[in-house]
Design a protein around this ligand. Structure first.
Ligand SMILES: [Zn+2]
Length: 126
C-alpha cells in the first residue's frame, strides 16, 4: 500500500468544556495537521494523487477553522473542540472530498504542540 502525507497548519482558540485543568480556560494553539491518503494502486502518472490536490482541499477545510474560536463553530457546538474531535472532523471532511474506490483518506493527525498530538484513523472501505 502507498500512503502519501501532506502537512498544513492553522491557528485557533478553544476552551475545553468539562475539562479540569488549564485547557478549561480560553487559549490558542498553532495546530499542525498531517493528512494521509492511501492507495493499493497508482494512477497513470505513477501517483496515489497529486499533492497539490490534497493540499488545496486541506487548505480549504482548515480555512474554516483558522483564526476562529472553535467552540462557536457549528461542528463543535455539541462536542468539545479537542484535538481528537478536530482530527476526526478534518478526516471526515477530506474523506468526503478525496475518497474514491481506489484511494481514501486514512488518517489525520492534529498536533496541538510540539510534543502532543492525536491521530484519527478512518476505517478503510476495502
Ligand atoms: Zn488547548
Amino acid at each position: 500500500m502507498y500512503e502519501l502525507k501532506v502537512i498544513d497548519h492553522f491557528s485557533a482558540a478553544h476552551q475545553l468544556r468539562r475539562f479540569h485543568g488549564e485547557c478549561e480556560n480560553l487559549h490558542g494553539h498553532n495546530w499542525k495537521v498531517e493528512v494521509c491518503v492511501a492507495s493499493y494502486s497508482l494512477d497513470e502518472k505513477g501517483m496515489v494523487l497529486d499533492f497539490r490536490v490534497v493540499k488545496k482541499h486541506t487548505k480549504e477545510v482548515l480555512s474554516r477553522l483558522d483564526h476562529k474560536f472553535l467552540n462557536e463553530l457549528t461542528m463543535f457546538r455539541d462536542q468539545n473542540p479537542s484535538a481528537e474531535n478536530i482530527a476526526r472532523y478534518i478526516a471526515e471532511e477530506l474523506g468526503a472530498r478525496l475518497d474514491t474506490p481506489e484511494r481514501w483518506v486514512t488518517s489525520v493527525t492534529a498536533w496541538e504542540s510540539e510534543t502532543a498530538c492525536v491521530t484519527y484513523v478512518r476505517k478503510s472501505e476495502k
